[in-house]
Design a binder for this molecule. Structure first.
Ligand SMILES: C[S@@+](CC[C@H](N)C(=O)[O-])C[C@H]1O[C@@H](n2cnc3c(N)ncnc32)[C@H](O)[C@@H]1O
Length: 245
């Protein structure tokens, strides 16, 4: 893949390429976030390869027949879980920019013979997805990694059908992070440095055209980086919104 003109994205891609090669989950695997009944029956290397910070599948309340788009699909865990919910008449598209992640996810598609999931290479900021073609956009710990979040929100709005919904898990902050930290590439990769303030997240989605925007902080996530002095400032959150009919 040619060098990304955006140095933040380039560095994040290198970080996640290494994680895909190592096959190690960053935050304790799926057991931290998902009910056991959700992941039961998946191969352990798929079920345990979670780099997320929540469970967007349960938040999304997916229905049979729906089309789901997963932003930053990584090893594909949320796509495979979504595929079970939408069934044979539904479909799931995972988009990720990191070839090593896509290779991992696609090899799991082959091995599990899943027919309603596909993985596409692309950026959140220019999604390889048609206008108004998706019922639900999910994402797990990825939007914080984008250097251009307003553009991501516009793209999500573009690809959703009227009435479509957003169900995202992400990292947010309460107030600005120290400037030094915002420039620290290791802290970007750890899903902290790029995290949006909870109010900016709400405003960004509203500005992109969404209604019923809710950003609900859940657990403290200050332990995402070592020696953190960020207690009470960095949270995992559930984000929901809707594109009006
Ligand atoms: C923290 S991991 C989360 C992976 C997956 N959602 C999960 O829960 O396991 C972030 C993923 O998003 C991808 N990613 C980060 N920024 C991206 C961007 N701007 N466009 C496309 N993919 C991106 C990375 O390649 C990586 O696979």
């Amino acid at each position: 893949m040619p060098q990304d003109p955006d140095p933040i994205r380039e560095s994040i891609r290198e970080h996640y390429a290494a994680q895909a090669r190592a096959g190690s989950p960053c935050c304790g695997g799926s057991s931290l976030f998902y009910l056991e009944e959700l992941t039961i029956g998946l191969p352990p290397d798929v079920a345990d390869f979670s780099l997320g910070c929540g469970d967007p599948i349960s938040v999304a309340a997916l229905q049979p027949g729906e089309t789901v788009l997963d932003l930053g699909s990584g090893g594909g865990l949320d796509c495979f879980l979504a595929a079970r919910k939408v069934g044979e008449t539904g479909r799931v598209i995972g988009v990720d920019m990191t070839p090593e992640m896509l290779a991992r996810a696609r090899s799991s598609v082959e091995r599990m013979q899943v027919r309603n999931v596909e993985f596409r290479q692309g950026f959140l900021e220019s999604l390889p997805v048609d206008d108004a073609s998706v019922d639900v956009v999910i994402s797990n710990c990825v939007i914080n990694l984008s250097p251009d979040k307003p553009q991501v929100f516009r793209e999500v709005f573009r690809v959703l059908k009227p009435g479509g919904r957003v169900a995202v898990s992400d990292i947010v902050t309460d107030g600005p992070l120290p400037e030094e930290l915002q420039k620290d590439m290791a802290a970007w990769g750890a899903c902290v440095a790029g995290a949006l303030d909870v109010r900016e997240y709400t405003a960004g989605l509203t500005q992109a055209g969404f209604v019923e925007v809710k950003v609900q902080p859940k657990g403290d996530a200050s332990d995402l980086i070592e020696a953190s002095t960020l207690k009470g400032k960095v949270f995992s959150a559930t984000i929901t919104a809707r594109k009006a009919v």
